[in-house]
Design a protein around this ligand. Sequence first.
Ligand SMILES: *[C@@H]1O[C@H](CO)[C@@H](O)[C@H](O)[C@H]1NC(C)=O
Ligand SMILES: *[C@@H]1O[C@H](CO)[C@@H](O)[C@H](O)[C@H]1NC(C)=O
Ligand SMILES: *[C@@H]1O[C@H](CO)[C@@H](O)[C@H](O)[C@H]1NC(C)=O
Length: 265
Amino acid sequence: MKFNLFVLLLAPLVNCQRNATRIIGGVDARPGVYPFAGTLVNYKHGTFCGSSLLSNRWLVTAAHCVYDLSPSDVKITLGSNTFNIAAGKPISEIKIHPNYSKATQRNDIAVIRLSSPVNLRTVKIATQPPVRDGETLRAVGWGLTDFKSSSPAETLQEVDLTTIPRDECRKRLSTFEGNGVGTQICTGNTPGKDTCSGDSGGPLLRDSSGEWVLVGITSFGAWKSNVTLTVTCGVPEVVGIYTNAMRYIDFISSATGLSRGSFTK
Ligand SMILES: *[C@@H]1O[C@H](CO)[C@@H](O)[C@H](O)[C@H]1NC(C)=O
Ligand SMILES: *[C@@H]1O[C@H](CO)[C@@H](O)[C@H](O)[C@H]1NC(C)=O
Ligand SMILES: *[C@@H]1O[C@H](CO)[C@@H](O)[C@H](O)[C@H]1NC(C)=O
């Protein structure tokens, strides 16, 4: 019942919007596989997002999850597959990418510092190879499991998604630069499987010889402005857009003071 306090995170976009983000068509994640996946509870607006632990103090999330918040508005829960608001940890700093644009959701990335260090397995950002077209990647989150609900999933969900080529993605988001080369990653063509409200800011992962490494940060859903949709997650008219983490290693390193080698692989 405590989840009734929470509403969907609305990404304020013009012709590309994701009315919140949460895994659609996923399955319960096995305990202990993604200890670095944190929820980010926003007490100011009563919404929630995902985040990923990069060190014992620092997490990465989406800028749109935190751009108008101060540290006292936010708590992070970590280390459990069960959504447990009571276990929220306080944070002491939020640093938004200086070139984050609310209008376009470019550079949708921010880092957050926990008030106290935690002792949990972190995730490393992949430095190579660049994300390929047609690559299968895994998203995890506590977001909506069906578009109509408005509370978090009780158990962390995982879903496999596929990247789509630039020209295919541009039919939905005309500014998309291409997987691997651009600042964003685009997934689609997996009807019934998607991220949705509440998954924003959470990890998009690659299986690197048995180790999950971070390649993307859940950002928004995009569709043609002349199309009217009632459901905007898990439908073929909508592509999923993720911030390409590889392109922001310098930002993360300078914002957190972490050496590149400590959070990349
Ligand atoms: C977003 O969700 C809210 C609440 O469910 C709904 O009223 C609104 O129409 C939705 N917006 C879009 C663009 O789907
Ligand atoms: C932000 O944009 C300016 C102008 O394009 C650029 O010089 C600067 O390096 C960018 N900042 C970051 C952190 O990427
Ligand atoms: C929307 O616009 C695209 C071109 O940008 C066009 O191909 C498509 O047919 C249009 N769809 C509708 C429903 O008007």
